[in-house]
Design a protein around this ligand. Structure first.
Ligand SMILES: *[C@@H]1O[C@H](CO)[C@@H](O)[C@H](O)[C@H]1NC(C)=O
Ligand SMILES: *[C@@H]1O[C@H](CO)[C@@H](O)[C@H](O)[C@H]1NC(C)=O
Length: 316
């Protein structure tokens, strides 16, 4: 009897404490310092409106007032950090070669027309600018725009060089970096802990476990950004992409993550929640209704119009 009362009161105490701390996390954790808040994020610079990851795309997005550029990095043979999503350039340039096998000056230009990954049957026709840019070009052109960097290759030199560029251009407070791989994120954090990191996929799964067991409010988190796909995007991906990349596990875990109480808890701790890659009003609405900090889109103009129409105002 006594033991039962003890267990019951302990469990009740745990549940109540967990619920309280879920709502008021700053009782236990110092809120992370947020140097910027991004609501409007241009995926690869806005791959639906300009050729992905080109300077023209980035300029267009920044002129529109985007809060953040999302881009991908690779290393060339002569150890230049370039902005390119794919390691192999066949899809984007028609030339079957690896970025790491070519010097920067040898990289082929993009094709005139590229498919938009997160929009089925959609192609983007580019203009004059078909050049794969250096990361440095982006930092020089937009010294005040936050940039989200996906480290696309598990290469120590790449991680080191990106960190050096971020430091050189005085952008530690304007950068977030990472990858779905936990090994890469760990290396990034070790290389330069002053640059905030995002949750890798294994850490997203851990987060899920912590949330549903009520442990999350008690656990310190080093990451400052949660970037997750909305499950509904699966239906918009080209079928081939779906079979090649999307595991049921990912879809399932992401649908379990779409919880307002989780987003509120994280944002109260200074962890921003970004949802990708959303390209229509219905999904924009759903993401903001859930309390996401921001939305990554291939169509920056569409997202801006949506935000203007719905009075979603600047957070800063
Ligand atoms: C990292 O990239 C550079 C340049 O492409 C290459 O020379 C080096 O071998 C790579 N390192 C690893 C560990 O793959
Ligand atoms: C993470 O890195 C791997 C290589 O290790 C790459 O294939 C993948 O595209 C990267 N993913 C993201 C989201 O950056």
């Amino acid at each position: 009897m006594c033991a039962a009362v003890y267990v019951l009161s302990t469990v009740t105490g745990y549940v109540l404490t967990s619920a309280l701390l879920l709502k008021c996390p700053t009782l236990l954790h110092r809120k992370k310092r947020e140097n910027f808040l991004s609501q409007h994020i241009s995926h690869r610079g806005g791959a639906g409106e300009n050729l992905e990851n080109t300077m023209t795309a980035f300029k267009h997005a920044v002129n529109l007032g985007t809060d953040m550029l999302e881009l991908d990095c690779q290393l060339t043979k002569d150890e230049q950090v370039v902005v390119s999503h794919d390691s192999n350039l066949k899809r984007a340039t028609g030339v079957n070669t690896q970025v790491c096998d070519m010097a920067y000056s040898e990289l082929p230009p993009y094709l005139c027309k590229l498919g938009v990954t997160f929009q089925r049957e959609c192609f983007c026709e580019g203009g004059e600018d078909k050049r794969i840019p250096l990361l440095r070009d982006v930092f020089e052109a937009f010294p005040n725009t936050p940039v989200n960097i996906d480290i696309k290759v598990n290469n120590d030199t790449l991680i080191k060089k990106v960190s050096e560029l971020v430091v050189k251009y005085d952008r530690e407070h304007l950068t977030v970096w990472g990858n779905a791989s936990n090994e890469i994120v760990k290396k990034c954090y070790k290389e330069n802990p002053r640059i905030p990191v995002l949750f890798s996929f294994p850490r997203v799964l851990q987060l899920l476990g912590l949330f549903y067991t009520g442990l999350l409010p008690f656990v310190p988190l080093k990451e400052q950004f949660l970037e997750i796909p909305m499950p509904s995007i699966i239906t918009k991906l080209p079928l081939l992409y779906f079979f090649l990349h999307a595991s049921e596990c990912l879809i399932f875990s992401c649908s379990l993550l779409m919880r307002k109480s989780l987003f509120e808890h994280l944002t109260a701790r200074g962890i921003q929640v970004y949802i990708w890659v959303l390209n229509d009003d219905e999904d924009f609405q759903r993401a903001f209704d859930l309390g996401a900090t921001g939305v990554m889109t291939d169509f920056p103009t569409r997202l801006k119009d949506f935000m203007d129409r719905n009075g979603i105002s600047k957070l800063q």
